[in-house]
Design a protein around this ligand. Structure first.
Ligand SMILES: *Cc1c(COP(=O)(O)O)cnc(C)c1O
Length: 362
C-alpha cells in the first residue's frame, strides 16, 4: 500500500500514526471487546476520551479557565447560524460587524443577516480576496454585539497575521483551516470555532471555544442543539454526539503533543510553507495568487504563468503521488493545503516537482 501526499483542502489528511492507532484499536477499544463506535457516549470509557480531549486542548492551546470547550454538531457552516443565534442578542439592537475576507466569510454574513442587522466593515471581494482587508476600528459600531473574522481563508490562501483588537466587542473567529497550527492568545477572542476536517479530525463536527460570560444571550428560538449553553451545561452530551470524531480528535491532539506542541508545529508549518513560497517566487513559471504580506501557512495558492499547462501539471503531479492540488473554482490554478499533518517531505516533494515541471516546460 502506498499513501499519497494529500494536499486536499478538507476533509484533509490526518497523521499516519493517528490513522494506524485508530485502525489497531478499531475492533477492540481498550480491551473492551467492542469498538469505540459501538459503546455508549455515556460509558466511562467514552467519558475518559472526551475528558482527555478537553485536557489536551487546554494544555496545547493554553485555554483559560473562563472558556468552555464545546463539540457541536454540524461542522463549520452550522456555526454560521449558531454564532448569531447565540450572540447577536448581546446588545438590544441585534447588530454585528463582519469582515468579508473570503467566500466563507460571505456565507457567514449572509446567514447572520437572517437574525439581525449586519454591517460589512471591511471587504476584499473587489480584489478577489487576495488579501485581508484593512479594518478601521472607527468603522466598528460600538453597538455591535460582536465582530466576526475568518482567521485563515482556505480558498484564497490568506490569513490574518495579527488579530484586531476590538475592545469590548467580542471577537468571533472562524479558525476552521488553521486552529492549532499557530500559537494564539485565546483571550483576544470571545468565540473561536473550527470544523474538525482540516486540522483536527473527521468532518461533521465543530470545536467551539466560548467565553463563559457569552453563554447567556441565545435568541429564544435557538434550537436546543445549537444553543451553546446546552453544550456547556451537558459537556456536549445532551444527545448522542459524534463519538468517533471526538475520539479521532483526541488521537490527533496526542500526536500534536508528541510533536512538541503548537509552537513546535508552528515553526514546522512556517518552514513547510516557505519551501513552497520559495518555489513560487524563485520562478517566473509560477505566480502566487495571494498578496505576499497576507499569505497563509496552511493553504498555498498559485497559478501557472501559462494556464494552459495546468491540467498537465495536475496530472503529472498525481502520477508522482501528489494528490488533490487543484485550486478552488473561485480562484483556479493550484492550491496546496499543508495542514499540521502534512510532513516536510510532502512539501519538499511538491517543491521538487514544481522545479522539474518548470524546467521541462521552459
Ligand atoms: C472548510 C471551511 C468551512 C466549511 O466547513 P463545513 O464543515 O463544510 O461547514 C468553513 N470555514 C472555513 C474557514 C473553512 O475552511
Amino acid at each position: 500500500m502506498t499513501r499519497v501526499y494529500n494536499f486536499g483542502a478538507g476533509p484533509a489528511m490526518l497523521p499516519t500514526a493517528v490513522m494506524e492507532k485508530a485502525q489497531q484499536e478499531f475492533l477492540d477499544y481498550d480491551g473492551m471487546g467492542a469498538s469505540v463506535i459501538e459503546i455508549s457516549h455515556r460509558s466511562k470509557e467514552f467519558g475518559a476520551i472526551i475528558n482527555a480531549s478537553d485536557a489536551l486542548l487546554v494544555e496545547l492551546a493554553n485555554i483559560p479557565e473562563n472558556y468552555k470547550i464545546l463539540y457541536v454538531h454540524g461542522g463549520a457552516q452550522m456555526q454560521f447560524s449558531a454564532v448569531p443565534m447565540n450572540l447577536i442578542n448581546r446588545l438590544t439592537h441585534r447588530k454585528a460587524a463582519y469582515v468579508e475576507s473570503g467566500n466563507f466569510a460571505k456565507l457567514a454574513h449572509k446567514e447572520a443577516a437572517r437574525y439581525g442587522d449586519i454591517s460589512v466593515v471591511a471587504n476584499s471581494e473587489a480584489n478577489n480576496y487576495d488579501c485581508i482587508p484593512a479594518l478601521d476600528m472607527a468603522a466598528l459600531d460600538p453597538q455591535s454585539s460582536y465582530a466576526y473574522i475568518t482567521s485563515n481563508n482556505t480558498i484564497y490562501g490568506t490569513r490574518w497575521q495579527q488579530f484586531p483588537d476590538t475592545g469590548d466587542i467580542p471577537l468571533v473567529a472562524d479558525m476552521t483551516s488553521e486552529f492549532l497550527s499557530r500559537t494564539l492568545d485565546i483571550n483576544q477572542f470571545g468565540i473561536i470555532f473550527a470544523g474538525l476536517q482540516k486540522n483536527l479530525g473527521p468532518a461533521g463536527l465543530a470545536l467551539v471555544l466560548v467565553r463563559e460570560d457569552l453563554l447567556q444571550y441565545a435568541l429564544p428560538e435557538t434550537p436546543n442543539l445549537l444553543n451553546y449553553k446546552t453544550y456547556a451545561d451537558k459537556h456536549s452530551l445532551a444527545n448522542t454526539n459524534n463519538t468517533f470524531a471526538i475520539y479521532m480528535m483526541k488521537l490527533v491532539l496526542e500526536w500534536l503533543k508528541e510533536q512538541g506542541g503548537i509552537a513546535a508545529v508552528e515553526s514546522q508549518n512556517e518552514a513547510k510553507a516557505a519551501l513552497l513560497y520559495d518555489a513560487i517566487d524563485s520562478s517566473e513559471f509560477y505566480l502566487g495568487t495571494a498578496q505576499t504580506a497576507h499569505r497563509s501557512t496552511m493553504n498555498v495558492t498559485f497559478n501557472l504563468a501559462n494556464n494552459e499547462l495546468l491540467d498537465e501539471f495536475l496530472d503529472q503531479a498525481l502520477t508522482q503521488g501528489l494528490y488533490a492540488l487543484k485550486g478552488h473554482r473561485n480562484v483556479g490554478g493550484v492550491r496546496a493545503s499543508i495542514y499540521n499533518a502534512m510532513p516536510m517531505a510532502g512539501c519538499q516533494a511538491l517543491a521538487d516537482f514544481m522545479q522539474e515541471f518548470a524546467n521541462s516546460h521552459a
